[in-house]
Design a protein. Structure first.
Length: 61
């Protein structure tokens, strides 16, 4: 996956990609950067990140 492709993904597509490719550090960092830029979301720990991902997955599915 290239950075250009990561940049073109929606936040939902990027989240799904990170879930399916946990070894892809560039994708993970891009996802974290996007989440931090979302209004009202401030991620300060991995536990909080995991809780947000679980919550989003539950909302989507």
């Amino acid at each position: 996956m290239t950075d250009r492709n990561l940049a073109a993904m929606s936040i939902e597509q990027l989240r799904d990609y990170v879930k399916k490719h946990p070894q892809d550090q560039a994708a993970f960092q891009t996802y974290m950067d996007r989440l931090q830029n979302e209004p009202g979301i401030e991620i300060t720990s991995m536990d909080q990140f995991e809780q947000l991902v679980v919550r989003q997955v539950n909302l989507a599915g």
